[in-house]
Design a protein around this ligand. Structure first.
Ligand SMILES: [Zn+2]
Length: 164
């Protein structure tokens, strides 16, 4: 806000003349916009929450792995495939907990691929889901949920980069 040099009324920054007395306000000095502080990452600084989410995702990987290993014992087909996937998921979860940089990078990469995959899924199956009624809505919500999970995981991995 600026002040009229003639009548001292408060005026918006952009006015060229006073709306009350008509005085020329082009030469009145405008307040400079306050520069925002430059911070690392998104600037969100709540390490407790970020690390909480980080370990939540690590636990998620481990649970996923345990679930796949359990499933591999129950099915006749794909059991070797499930066993390998389950073991990889478990290893990833442990790697995240131990904060192994390579695992963190790969997890970031996988989350990114997943994010793109789910977004494409949502995009291409949207019309199909519209025709499916409630099932379609649930499927859409499931995809959106997964998009959020992947996005949150990428965010958390980025935020915990260089944090101790
Ligand atoms: Zn004025």
């Amino acid at each position: 806000m600026i002040q009229c040099p003639n009548c001292n009324q408060t005026l918006p920054d952009w006015v060229q003349s006073c709306q009350f007395c008509g005085a020329d306000t082009k030469k009145v000095v405008r307040p400079k916009p306050v520069k925002k502080q430059v911070r690392v990452g998104s600037g969100y600084s709540n390490p407790a929450l970020i690390w909480g989410l980080y370990y939540f995702f690590a636990a998620w990987w481990i649970l996923d792995g345990a679930g796949l290993l359990f499933l591999s014992q129950q099915v006749r087909f794909f059991s070797t495939f499930l066993l390998v996937c389950g073991t990889l998921c478990l290893a990833f979860g442990l790697g995240l907990i131990l904060r192994i940089p390579l695992i963190r990078n790969i997890a970031n990469y996988i989350a990114f691929i997943g994010l793109i995959g789910y977004v494409l899924d949502l995009f291409f199956s949207f019309l199909m889901m519209l025709g499916m009624g409630w099932t379609g809505l649930l499927l859409a919500l499931f995809l959106i949920f997964n998009i959020c999970i992947c996005g949150a995981q990428i965010w958390v991995l980025g935020e915990t980069d260089g944090l101790d």
